[in-house]
Design a protein around this ligand. Structure first.
Ligand SMILES: [Zn+2]
Length: 88
């Protein structure tokens, strides 16, 4: 049996497949947010949804190691680079 705090229904239960291929139930806090691209508004990848991890995790865990990561999506960044290079 899981620990008492997880027996409550307040954490969300999410079934996920682990890298080994087994299906496992993960417990997530409800009311998480999604970081969006500031240009097109699409949800950003590689940015944790858990606010606790955003506050406490190491810098490399919070966003990808790329210029403007966590702010602009890779598609918009590629477009911005193209425009900048062609106008120079
Ligand atoms: Zn974008």
């Amino acid at each position: 049996m899981v620990r008492p705090a997880l027996r409550s229904r307040s954490p969300r239960r999410v079934a996920k497949r682990t890298p080994s291929g087994k299906s496992k139930v993960f417990y997530e806090k409800r009311g998480s947010y999604v970081a969006n691209c500031s240009v097109c508004g699409k949800p950003l990848g590689g940015v944790p949804k858990d606010l606790k991890e955003v506050r406490r995790g190491s810098k490399s865990r919070k966003r990808p190691e790329r210029p403007y990561a966590g702010t602009i999506c890779p598609t918009c960044l590629a477009l911005a680079y193209k425009i900048a290079i062609r106008s120079a």
